[in-house]
Design a protein around this ligand. Structure first.
Ligand code: SF4
Length: 374
């Protein structure tokens, strides 16, 4: 959702473009007064994505937004409560083939329902959505998506679970008023992620008290990590580091992330603090680097292809990542430096000798053999 004044057409459009560039497929814009509605009339035809007008309190703003050409409306049933006005908007949407999201929000629930249920419980929020649906049914309007957002994650999750058992409409997920990082991030991932993994939800909004571009990036990343959207950018994995690390993993991972994000390569990259465990543990990654003794072991799908000086680790990683995306895994494995695996294996052995085997594999094998052989 944009944070600019909608009347500021150029400023709002700049934000819409930035959101799209960072993963948003649909953008919601407030239509809170006549100036905003007029702004929408200029924004919608120039927008690269469908625009949803966010409507509260005043149903006339919904009608004005429709005239401005928006692709969808969001109505809050908690603050537009006159059935006649709700039906007027739904009828206009039906005539124009425009969908409505019923956007129930735990913080602005219909006060009659609040009194009846005592608080914004999952049952109260679902009842609010059903009440709105009945008004829509009265005018034979069914092109509806529903959200039942709450700032308390367990309540939000329960509300959506109940809603998904009750209706067949598409659902829009979100944790409302999630707040700034890191709490907002954790709440969004917990609430939205839980539901998506249960197969509940059709669209999401990742709510953060931050630049909306961060919301778009985070939402997109969540969908990618859940395997629900093709990876468009970098997925950097890194070991958490430990006493065996041969480099400052945090520093190297940050430097690699900054350089690789500039390249916008759609690959998974691993940064591992030591060569003893690194390449093996990160063998699923497309490409990675593990720190040896003042050296970096560059590997593709677990196979070491080059050994480079420590100071060149990050640049070598970026260079190889670029080539990997251009030429493919087979070609880059074929172009591996001769003896890279042997050099790496020898250095691994040296490190194990010097620092000890972190996994104590030899010791364990001996004990297992002792038990097995009685
Ligand atoms: S890869 Fe090496 S440095 Fe990183 S956590 Fe594992 S053992 Fe420690």
């Amino acid at each position: 959702m944009t944070t600019t004044k909608t009347a500021d057409v150029d400023g709002t459009l700049a934000q819409v473009y930035a959101l799209k560039a960072n993963g948003a497929d649909i953008v919601r814009i407030t239509c809170n007064d006549a100036d905003a509605a007029q702004g929408l009339a200029e924004i919608v035809p120039r927008s690269p994505v469908p625009i949803i007008a966010d409507i509260h309190f005043n149903h006339r703003m919904a009608l004005a937004a429709l005239e401005a050409g928006v692709q969808a409306l969001r109505l809050n049933p908690g603050n537009i409560r006159d059935p006649r006005k709700i039906k007027e908007v739904a009828s206009a949407c039906k005539a124009q083939g425009i969908p409505i999201r019923i956007g129930v929000n735990g913080g602005s629930l219909d006060k009659d329902l609040l009194e009846k249920h005592g608080s914004a419980t999952p049952e109260a929020m679902v009842e609010s959505a059903l009440q709105e649906l009945r008004y829509f049914d009265d005018v034979d309007f069914h092109d509806v998506k529903i959200s039942v957002k709450h700032s308390h994650v367990p309540t939000m999750v329960d509300a959506y679970r109940l809603l998904s058992e009750t209706v067949d409409h598409p659902l829009h997920l979100g944790v409302t008023e999630a707040g700034p990082l890191p709490g907002g991030l954790i709440k969004g991932v917990a609430g939205i992620g839980t539901l998506l993994l249960e197969g509940i939800g059709d669209t999401i909004r990742f709510s953060l008290t931050a630049d909306p571009v961060e919301e778009a990036k985070t939402g997109r990343a969540l969908l990618e990590y859940l395997g629900l959207r093709e990876r468009a950018g970098l997925d950097l994995i890194a070991c958490p580091s430990c006493g065996r690390a041969e480099v400052d993993v945090i520093e190297v991972a940050s430097a690699a992330q900054a350089r690789l994000e500039e390249e916008k390569l759609p690959i998974q990259v691993a940064v591992m603090g030591c060569v003893v465990n690194g390449p093996g543990e990160a063998r699923e990654a497309d490409i990675g680097i593990a720190a040896g003794r003042e050296k970096g072991h560059l590997f593709i799908r677990g196979q070491v292809v080059r050994v480079v000086p420590e100071a060149e680790m990050v640049e070598a990683l970026v260079d190889e990542a670029r080539k990997l995306v251009d030429e493919g895994v087979e070609a880059r494995l074929a172009a591996a430096e001769a003896n890279a695996e042997e050099i790496a294996a020898a250095e691994r052995e040296q490190l194990i000798e010097l620092r000890g085997d972190a996994n104590r594999a030899e010791e364990r094998r001996a004990k297992v053999a002792e038990i097995a052989e009685g």
